[in-house]
Design a protein around this ligand. Structure first.
Ligand code: DQQ
Length: 468
């Protein structure tokens, strides 16, 4: 159905058709990774939200499984089964999620290894305390996206929310059985002028000797932030913070701890073209590649694509130690591909900007520039010429990236038709969307603007499509 679609990713997970948003209920069960996701089976737009479901033995290839949760007519989730998490309730796979409308917290469990789900007919949490003064509007209060965990013999649950005229918040609840919950207090309250009015999709987890809180921020609706600090006396004390991704497309990230002890994170990669183009394409939204999270000594978050993805590397080419300038012949002249992994290490000489052009048509009519700007000390994806389509976003995505004198710039770039995920120096990620219209917009070129740079090494692989 989508064989001729130049924009549909080949090695990122997405449903067979229609709409995907947040990753939900990430859990490893009997060795299998389970990925649930916000899904609309009725079209490529956000509406009638279900939980789609897929499983993988290796984090690379996925098997589509039947829809896990659908709205129940007259039930608390009649208008949508919104985001939530999966927990292991002493051997019983259990989902906590938000039903709408109004937003209430609901529960479902499985007795056949995550394929069929039984809903608790009534919400396990009906409403936030009235005196909390939660942000709300015509659609009711903003109070959702349960994140649960077991500590000794007590369950805890976080909900994303916001306090009117104050800022986003994460509320803490406790329970002995997952069915009866007591409100405790906010673990953190933000300043609305700094980090927005409402926080969605909270995640709290231990990483090394610190704790990390993830929040996705409204009204921005563009970034998942990480806050690193301590969790003591059931309150979160942030010390540092950053963006899990500097692009405008990676959102509502969720994490899980796998059986090897790794903390894995996925995010919803949004589209960068208008709603009409999404409906016409018949699909919208892609799951990011899984990232392994760690702490760096300077207190920032390290994010590396799960090493399992190297299994998709196919044909390989390698270059080393060459200096390039605006007029020199390009050694990458014959390189073609719209599904690629590129690992490159650059050294600055006197160029103002250097990097790579990707998805270039032979005449340069369509092309995208991934480059480092020396004066501005930032990495950017310049999409002004990425696509001839008026429906495609054309903005320049920018990530600050200070590089000291004599340091090298290391880029790991994943290109998958309309997706570009760039990882720089472990802690900077920049995900973007491009929609080249020409089938021959597939070239890769070295880019040096206003001077010379050295390519210390470049490895390029074509990437195989995943089996779904
Ligand atoms: N998406 C879900 C909500 C969540 C938002 C609805 C974040 O539960 O807050 O599809 O993208």
């Amino acid at each position: 159905m989508f064989e001729r679609d130049l924009h549909r990713p080949r090695y990122h997970f997405l449903p067979e058709a229609n709409w995907l948003n947040d990753p939900n209920g990430l859990i490893q069960w009997q060795g299998q990774y389970h990925l649930f996701y916000q899904y609309n089976p009725h079209g490529a737009f956000h509406g009638t939200i279900h939980w789609g479901h897929a499983a993988s033995a290796d984090l690379v290839h996925w098997q589509h499984l039947p829809i896990a949760l659908a709205p129940s007519p007259n039930g608390p989730d009649a208008a949508g089964v919104w985001s939530g998490c999966a927990v292991n309730n002493h051997g019983v796979p259990t989902l906590l999620y938000t039903g709408v409308q109004p937003q209430t917290q609901c529960l479902a469990w499985s007795d056949d290894d995550l394929l069929t789900w039984h809903k608790q007919p009534q919400p396990v949490l009906q409403a936030p305390l009235a005196d909390l003064n939660i942000v709300g509007g015509q659609r009711g209060w903003e109070w959702r996206d349960p994140w649960g965990w077991l500590e000794d013999d007590t369950w805890y649950m976080l909900l994303g929310s916001g306090i009117r005229n104050v800022g986003g918040t994460v509320l803490l609840y406790e329970s002995k059985d997952l069915f009866h919950w007591t409100y405790l207090h906010p673990i953190l309250i933000g300043d609305r002028n700094d980090l927005g009015d409402v926080w969605e999709c909270p995640n709290l987890f231990r990483l090394g000797d610190r704790y990390v809180l993830l929040i996705s921020v409204i009204p921005e609706f563009r970034h998942t932030y990480y806050l690193i600090g301590d969790y003591a006396q059931q309150k979160f004390h942030p010390a540092t913070r950053g963006k899990t991704d500097h692009g405008a497309y990676f959102y509502a990230a969720q994490t899980m701890r796998d059986e090897t002890g790794r903390r894995l994170m996925w995010g919803w990669i949004k589209e960068g073209r208008d709603a009409q183009a999404q409906r016409a394409a018949g699909w919208s939204g892609v799951m990011s590649l899984p990232r392994v999270l760690d702490l760096l000594p300077d207190g920032t978050l390290s994010m590396v694509v799960a090493p399992e993805l190297t299994a998709l590397r196919d044909k390989h080419a390698h270059w080393t130690d060459l200096t390039f300038s605006p007029d020199a012949p390009d050694v990458l002249d014959n390189v073609q591909g719209r599904c690629l992994e590129i690992n490159a290490e650059f050294e600055l000489i006197d160029a103002e900007k250097f990097g790579l052009w990707i998805c270039c048509s032979p005449d340069g009519e369509e092309r995208t520039l991934i480059a480092y700007d020396v004066a501005q000390q930032c990495l950017s994806i310049d999409r002004q010429q990425s696509s001839l389509s008026p429906a495609a976003d054309k903005a320049v995505d920018i990530a600050p990236l200070p590089i000291g004198l004599g340091e090298r710039l290391t880029l790991r770039i994943f290109i998958d038709q309309s997706i570009v995920e760039v990882f720089a120096s472990r802690q900077i990620c920049l995900t973007s969307r491009i929609y080249p219209t020409r089938a021959d917009s597939s070239g890769v070129r070295l880019a040096a603007l206003g001077g010379r740079a050295t390519l210390k090494s470049l490895d390029l692989w074509t990437m195989k499509a995943i089996k779904i």
